[in-house]
Design a protein around this ligand. Sequence first.
Ligand code: CA
Length: 268
Amino acid sequence: MSNGIAALELSGSFSGIMAKKKTPPVGARPSESERVLVVEDEPDIAALIAYQLTREGYRVETANTGTEALGAVSREVPDLVVLDRMLPGLSGDEVLASLKGEAATRTIPVLVLTAKREQEDRIEGFELGADDYLTKPFSPRELVLRVRAILRRTKEPAAKSGGRVLRAGPVSLDVNSHQALLDGEELNLTPTEFRLLRSLLESKGRTQSRQQLLERAWSVDSHLSDRIQTRTVDMHVRRLRAKLGEVGEWIETIRGFGYRLRIPEDAT
Ligand code: CA
């Protein structure tokens, strides 16, 4: 029922956009056609999303079921998947777990659509590896913005790898020489602290779970991480914060979940 309401509201925005041609562009168009797979069983919503993304220059394929989605991914790996959580048969969460469980598909960014608003569900999904969430009903413009933001984030580290220096305010990290500077002064970081800081910088404000940090900074498989290991993350974050002084406060604790680096706007 709630999905039906969502569809109606979406259709409203849809015809609104069709009628008014003055909708401002949401930003620069993608340079080449990036491929987006939309997994949604409700035809109205699937069509709306496909329309909106196509209009923005993306190549869009739609799948009505989870099984169909996995089939589409195995034929051609998309640049991003928009995945509805409520699907008949294989659920959205199962599709997500399947994508994240395979080396070939693990890095595909996933934007999850959910009708549930509970914070718990968000966290569950983040642990499965969703890159972002959108709660139904959503505006088509919001969807396009999220898709664009995720694709930009996932492309950035690769594009910047030539320079290999990550910066945030007074902090700079030379990935090749393993040198970390704070206000031009060498920071004495342990290799683990260095990788931890690198992971926080590379994620550009996105929250990372302790498990994700363990995988990235410690190269520990998430299946092996247990309570002790997640406490290890907390301990290293504490030490890293202390070494960073005031900048240490930029490392935000997301309670019961993980950490993110929030760079103040005036520091970039
Ligand atoms: Ca659905």
